[in-house]
Design a protein around this ligand. Structure first.
Ligand code: NAG
Ligand code: NAG
Ligand code: NAG
Ligand code: NAG
Length: 334
């Protein structure tokens, strides 16, 4: 009886101090200070019972629609906030003012269409993921000037451009993912501040041209994805500074030729690290540079014109096929 009483008092004490508190429908791992609310019928942020010392909070596959500065003020030690696949439509300005340790914010698969100024200021974010939302504009004022973001994922939105002012605030950026948007152009010099950039994903956009100096400062780029755009021509010196590049994908564009010298500085490419497939390669005399490059590098590139050479591997072309006209010229010259 006495023992039961003691236990009951202890438990009550514990409960009052919050040891056992955990939001309804969520799981709390107190030793790791982690809270997970996964695939449960929540419609509001689970404030009640959230342990104050929570450092890692995951709310995913729920129906919550908003999260505010006031909510986050209750967990000042938060370092990681994962909000994958909810129904968030808006975020409040100064959202992160109360979480000065937050380094990871993942908002993948929500319904965000517009974000207010300063929304990501205040916290020392390293990783910011806004993948698969409804954003049609990215704004420089989302971030503070001294942003510490190294990983920015804006893929799967409706962006038609990426403001130079935003990139200027990201001097530590190592990974930039803009895949699957509606980008038509990357303005000249806009990548210049990104000297630490290692991975740039621009695939599945509408790019039809690239400025010749666009990669002049991104010396550390190792992975560049340009698949499934509308690129027709590439400037001769485009890749001149990319001596660290290991992987380059240019498949599924509108390339008929590449300019001589284009690939010469890509000395770090992995074996089969270049994808040039699914372009309308024109196998006439102007393909000679690519043909020579392919003699020395493992790669598959297929002619799509002229009709007589259609579907032939470029590398297999004979001198004669490559420039029948040239040969004729020589003969007539003789
Ligand atoms: C968080 O606080 C609870 C008490 O509220 C405690 O039991 C737990 O050990 C703490 N976790 C950490 C990682 O400090
Ligand atoms: C979210 O709401 C929809 C109905 O609007 C419901 O079908 C679904 O089960 C809810 N999701 C969760 C995880 O409760
Ligand atoms: C580029 O990468 C190298 C090796 O990883 C590193 O030492 C160097 O600091 C990087 N340069 C920049 C500008 O970050
Ligand atoms: C993200 C970050 O570090 N922000 C800091 C930028 O600098 C101002 C003032 O120096 C700080 O108040 C911010 O916290």
């Amino acid at each position: 009886m006495n023992a039961w009483f003691t236990l009951a008092v202890l438990c009550l004490a514990c409960f009052c101090h919050g040891t056992l508190s955990c939001p309804a429908l969520c799981k709390c791992y107190s030793r790791r200070a982690e809270v997970v609310c996964n695939d449960v019928p929540l419609t509001e942020y689970p404030s009640e019972g959230l342990p104050r010392n929570t450092t890692l909070l995951t709310i995913q596959f729920t129906n919550i629609t908003t999260i505010t500065e006031r909510h986050l003020n209750d967990t000042p030690l938060l370092q990681g906030l994962h909000l994958f696949s909810n129904r968030l439509q808006s975020l409040s300005s100064h959202l992160l003012r109360g979480v000065s340790h937050l380094n990871t914010l993942d908002l993948t698969d929500n319904k965000l269409s517009h974000l207010p100024a300063d929304v990501f200021s205040h916290a020392p974010l390293h990783s910011l993921v806004l993948k698969n939302n409804l954003l049609d504009k990215a704004e420089a004022d989302w971030l503070s000037d001294n942003s510490s973001v190294t990983w920015l994922d804006l893929s799967g939105n409706l962006l038609t451009k990426i403001p130079a002012g935003l990139l200027q605030k990201l001097p530590l950026l190592e990974n930039l993912d803009l895949a699957n948007n509606r980008l038509e152009k990357i303005s000249a010099k806009s990548l210049d501040p990104l000297t630490k950039l290692e991975r740039l994903n621009l695939q599945d956009n509408k790019l039809n041209t690239l400025d010749m100096s666009i990669f002049q400062n991104t010396h550390n780029l190792t992975n560049l994805f340009l698949s499934r755009n509308k690129l027709q021509k590439l400037p001769q010196n485009l890749f001149q500074e990319l001596t660290q590049l290991r992987h380059l994908s240019l498949d599924d564009n509108q390339l008929k030729h590449i300019p001589p010298g284009l690939l010469d500085q890509l000395v770090s490419l992995d074996e089969e690290g270049l994808d040039l497939t699914a372009n309308p390669w024109m196998c006439d005399g102007k393909i000679e540079y690519l043909w020579r490059w392919l003699q020395k590098n493992k790669n598959k590139v297929t002619c799509s014109a002229p009709e007589i050479l259609k579907n032939r591997q470029v590398v297999s072309l004979t001198d004669n096929e490559l420039s029948p006209k040239k040969k004729l010229d020589i003969i007539t010259n003789e």
